[in-house]
Design a protein around this ligand. Structure first.
Ligand SMILES: C[S@@+](CC[C@H](N)C(=O)[O-])C[C@H]1O[C@@H](n2cnc3c(N)ncnc32)[C@H](O)[C@@H]1O
Length: 255
């Protein structure tokens, strides 16, 4: 997986701990998605989550919006192959200036750090809130600041991460690798909670996905994998642990 603006985003993650990211998100989507209505997949890229929600609900339609035409072209090919159109459609656009009506969507999801790539996160977030219906949900999945911090320290040699990268990360919240900015911002749980206060939202749920990593050989072991999965579910809602996980997820309710 390449963490730039998404052009080379690769979702072939089987056998890696990213599997838990998908599985845990699906678990909570299944709880919070409406039975019918319109879903926005903001920064949806190649449409992976748009496809997943159509499997979870038969009576919903999804708009997959992205700023990159090449990501949308890949999504288009997948949707066509799976015969998902017109239930699922693509739209070129910027999260910071959404081409939709106020209160149009029943569920707004923004996963895989799409909001984190916005130069103006606050503007992007207010747009997500604007297009959500009252009583609807806005679901973010973003890199955890402390999870990344820990990963930078423990994987520095594997990814050529220098102490300067770490300092820049601490100052800007933006992940730097070998002197280069990835453009991807991370968040603390406190920052995500304060978004709720500023936009008069309730927090319906927060969880880490995944909350910890495991050696690849354990993940490929058919006996160990389900045990690790149980542990992920056991701990993913514990605040102190979720901050050390990979992605923080927060589901806001518009009131
Ligand atoms: C890491 S990918 C995640 C894709 C998808 N949400 C997922 O989780 O599989 C981030 C996506 O955000 C998109 N993106 C970045 N900035 C954006 C913006 N301002 N408006 C819309 N999409 C944006 C990128 O083009 C890319 O497809």
């Amino acid at each position: 997986m390449k963490y730039d603006n998404g052009e080379a985003y690769d979702l072939k993650t089987k056998g890696s701990y990213y599997d838990f990211w998908f599985e845990i998100i699906d678990h909570y989507l299944d709880i919070y998605l409406p039975e019918k209505g319109e879903i926005l997949d903001a920064g949806g890229g190649t449409g992976e989550f748009s496809i997943r929600v159509t499997r979870l609900r038969t009576n919903i339609s999804v708009v997959n919006l992205d700023i990159s035409q090449s990501m949308l072209d890949q999504a288009e090919r997948k949707f066509r192959k799976l015969k998902l159109q017109p239930r699922v459609s693509n739209k070129l656009g910027d999260i910071q200036k959404l081409p939709f009506l106020d209160e149009q969507f029943d569920y707004v999801m923004c996963f895989g750090d799409a909001i984190s790539f916005c130069p103006n996160v606050e503007l992007g977030f207010s747009e997500l809130v604007r297009v959500a219906k009252p009583q609807g949900y806005i679901h973010l999945s973003v890199n955890s600041f402390w999870g990344n911090y820990h990963a930078m320290l423990s994987q520095n040699s594997k990814h050529n991460i220098t102490f300067d990268d770490l300092k820049k990360y601490m100052d800007t919240r933006i992940l730097h690798i070998n002197g280069n900015s990835t453009g991807c911002r991370s968040f603390t749980l406190q920052e995500l909670k304060s978004l709720a206060d500023r936009h008069t939202l309730k927090i319906a749920k927060k969880f880490g996905a995944p909350v910890f990593s495991a050696p690849d050989e354990w993940l490929r072991d058919n006996h160990i994998y389900p045990e690790i999965k149980k542990l992920q579910y056991m701990f993913c809602e514990y605040e102190n642990i979720m901050e050390f996980g990979n992605h923080l997820n927060i589901i806001y309710k518009k009131i």
